[in-house]
Ligand binder design. Structure first.
Ligand SMILES: C[S@@+](CC[C@H](N)C(=O)[O-])C[C@H]1O[C@@H](n2cnc3c(N)ncnc32)[C@H](O)[C@@H]1O
Length: 239
C-alpha cells in the first residue's frame, strides 16, 4: 500500500512501459481524471448502466470480483453492493491519478481495494467475476485480454464487458456520425491530427474482437444494447 492509499503491484510493467499507446492513455486519463470522473458518474443513463453491468456479473454475497481498468471507480460501489460486506472488490488500473480518485471515493469500504496494475497481465490470480467497462477499445489485443480474464474466473465464473462502438441499429448512420466525432475528439493524444487507422474503425475492431471472444468462451451469454445501440453490454458464463 502506498502513501496515497493505492495498492502498488509488482510486475505491472507500466510505469516505464515502452508502448506509446499505454503511455498516451496514462497521460490522458491522468490529466483528465477529475473531468472523466464527472462524466463517468453524471452522464445521463450511466448510473443505470453501471447497475446493470454489476448485476450481469451474477455475484453472490461473499464473492470476489475484479474490475479491469476501473478508472475513477464509478462501478466499484455497485460491485460492492453485489458482494456485500463479506465479499471482495478489486479495481485494477494503470493510471495513478484515476486510482487516487477511486481510492478517495471508496475509502469508507474496507473490502474494496484499488490496485495499480496492467489489466492485460492481471495482478490477481482468482475471482468469481471480471468486469471491464469502456476498456477493451484501449487494448492492443482485446481478444487475448478477454481470454486471460476468462481463464482467471474459470469455469462457471462470469466476465462482463461494456463498450461503446458503432450502432448496428437501422437508424445507426446519424448516431454513428456523432459517435465518430466523439471518438476522434476523445482519443488520446487529442493533439494528433492524423491517425494511421481512423480511431473509430480501430475501436470498432477491438470491441468486436473482445465481445466475439467472450461469446466463444461462454456457455451462456446475456447481451443488451443501450444509448441507441452504441453501448453494448455482454455478460458470459464461462464454459
Ligand atoms: C475509458 S476509462 C474507463 C474507466 C472505468 N472502467 C469506467 O467505466 O468509468 C479506461 C480506463 O482504462 C484504463 N486502462 C486502459 N488500459 C489499461 C491497462 N492495460 N491496464 C490497466 N488499466 C488500463 C485507463 O487508465 C482508464 O482509467
Amino acid at each position: 500500500m502506498t502513501a496515497d492509499g493505492t495498492d502498488e503491484t509488482t510486475g505491472a510493467g507500466t510505469e516505464t512501459g515502452t508502448d506509446t499507446g499505454e503511455e498516451d492513455a496514462q497521460a490522458f486519463y491522468g490529466r483528465w481524471a477529475r473531468l472523466y470522473d464527472l462524466l463517468a458518474r453524471k452522464t445521463p443513463g450511466i448510473t443505470a448502466l453501471r447497475a446493470r453491468a454489476a448485476a450481469a456479473c451474477r455475484l453472490e454475497s461473499g464473492d470476489t470480483v475484479v474490475e479491469m481498468g476501473c478508472g475513477t471507480g464509478a462501478n466499484l460501489p455497485y460491485l460492492r453492493e453485489q458482494v456485500g460486506p463479506e465479499g471482495t472488490v478489486i479495481g485494477v488500473d494503470f493510471t495513478r491519478p484515476v486510482l487516487e480518485r477511486a481510492r478517495e471515493l471508496t475509502v469508507e469500504y474496507d473490502n474494496v481495494h484499488v490496485v495499480r496494475g496492467d489489466a492485460t497481465a492481471p495482478p490477481v490470480a482468482d475471482a468469481d467475476a471480471v468486469l471491464a467497462t469502456f476498456v477493451a477499445g484501449m487494448l492492443a489485443d482485446p481478444a487475448g485480454a478477454v481470454d486471460d480474464w476468462c481463464d482467471l474466473v474459470g469455469s462457471d465464473g462470469h466476465v462482463v464487458l461494456v463498450n461503446a462502438a458503432r450502432s448496428r441499429e437501422w437508424y445507426g448512420p446519424p448516431v454513428n456520425a456523432v459517435f465518430r466525432a466523439v471518438v476522434v475528439l476523445s482519443t488520446p493524444p487529442t493533439t494528433k491530427l492524423r491517425y494511421e487507422t481512423s480511431p473509430h474503425e480501430l475501436l470498432d475492431e477491438r470491441i468486436d474482437a473482445a465481445h466475439d471472444r467472450l461469446r466463444d468462451r461462454s456457455a451462456a451469454i446475456a447481451h443488451e444494447t443501450h444509448a441507441f445501440g452504441v453501448v453494448r453490454l455482454t455478460g458470459g458464463r464461462i464454459r
